[in-house]
Write a new protein. Structure first.
Length: 370
């Protein structure tokens, strides 16, 4: 599947998203802690078209901290989602959690570019805390360094083989083929390019903080001119509200989750549970921004221009207003599909609600295009 040595480099970073691939058809597959999400995108003239998508819930604790604890359950969910997708495409792009990948930009003298593989292997030994035969390793030349044209800027990326193999195995158990293995952060950046198209001057020379609010974690990604400046995960997510509902009303977890999504809970829910949770979530986002401000010292990056909210909890009533009020930063819900056309199979209202949860799946599905 993925390369175990630099001699087979194209089989790894060609799949982690730094080299985009041309594929006749490809499904983006995002395996999150609460669901698997499948999305297929094609071309309609000059535009991208959303052909079909499916979100299939996972059993509790099937995926914990990115690890597939119940690989058979994950494979079953992938299979059910694919069958409901009603497609003949079996090739998928799947991603590793960002924390399971090691990636770093390094500088290599231009004069030594002919010896690049040997130089990369030497550099990798400094940054990767594992034996090289235990990882899938590759690199991508990004171009001349901005501040020194005599150097090449190179992205080095590696992941433990066992973590890559785990996701490939789940895909194959579902009867599909893992044609591309990516990293969540790279897929997010690809999807973010679609969001930038909606903004003045396509978002150039502006700093964005993208918060993907998952079931158990908040993922903070600060982006400027297509480059990731900062990444952080915080252990706080929508599952906490579900458990609060479960305890308050004495109902099963699944019923609490459905009630949360449909806003069909008893009177008093909003005042007693929803509003305090939204305020806590806004506070966590503000705290993440403070970490960014104290970590990144380059003065022109110290002001975030826009906040974007993604993930299943981003549509909680009042969250965008609460975040904007706390941070004093313009806040919007992330939707990578606004500039795309939709096939007849897509229900626009449903897509509007699901779009913030499909950011990683969108970035993965877009890997089929240059």
């Amino acid at each position: 599947m993925l390369s175990g040595s630099l001699a087979q480099a194209a089989d790894w970073l060609g799949r982690v998203g730094l080299k985009k691939t041309q594929q006749p058809a490809l499904i983006g597959l995002d395996i999150s802690s609460s669901a698997v999400k499948l999305l297929e995108i094609s071309r309609a003239g000059r535009n991208h078209q959303i052909d079909r998508y499916r979100i299939e819930p996972l059993p509790r604790d099937a995926v914990v901290d990115g690890n597939l604890n119940q690989i058979e359950a994950v494979a079953d969910a992938i299979r059910r989602a694919w069958q409901a997708l009603d497609t003949t495409t079996r090739d998928v792009a799947v991603a590793l959690p960002t924390t399971m990948a090691i990636y770093r930009k390094i500088l290599v003298p231009m004069a030594q570019s002919q010896e690049l593989e040997a130089l990369i292997e030497s550099e990798a030994q400094q940054y990767i805390p594992f034996a090289l035969d235990e990882v899938n390793l590759d690199y991508q030349v990004l171009g001349p360094a901005a501040h020194n044209p005599d150097d090449l800027e190179v992205m080095l990326c590696a992941a433990r083989k066992e973590k890559v193999d785990e996701r490939v195995a789940a895909v194959e158990m579902a009867g599909l083929k893992a044609a591309v293995v990516d990293v969540d952060a790279f897929a997010t950046l690809t999807a973010f390019e679609q969001i930038q198209l909606q903004l003045p001057e396509q978002g150039m020379n502006q700093t964005f903080a993208l918060f993907d609010i998952g079931a158990t974690k908040i993922y903070c990604n600060v982006i400027r001119n297509g480059q990731q400046l900062y990444y952080r995960e915080q252990a706080f997510g929508g599952q906490q509200l579900t458990r609060d509902i479960q305890r308050r009303y004495g109902i099963p977890y699944e019923e609490a989750e459905r009630g949360k999504c449909s806003m069909s809970l008893p009177d008093g829910y909003e005042a007693e549970l929803l509003h305090p949770f939204v305020d806590s979530l806004a506070q966590e986002i503000q705290r993440a921004l403070q970490f960014f401000y104290t970590t990144v010292s380059v003065s022109q990056y110290l002001r975030v221009d826009y906040l974007l909210l993604a993930g299943g909890s981003s549509l909680l009533p009042g969250l965008d207003d609460a975040v904007s009020a706390r941070t004093q930063i313009s806040t919007m819900i992330a939707n990578p599909f606004t500039t795309m056309v939709q096939s007849a199979a897509i229900r626009p209202k449903a897509l509007l609600l699901d779009a913030p949860s499909l950011l990683v799946a969108c970035g993965l599905a877009l890997r089929r295009f240059d």
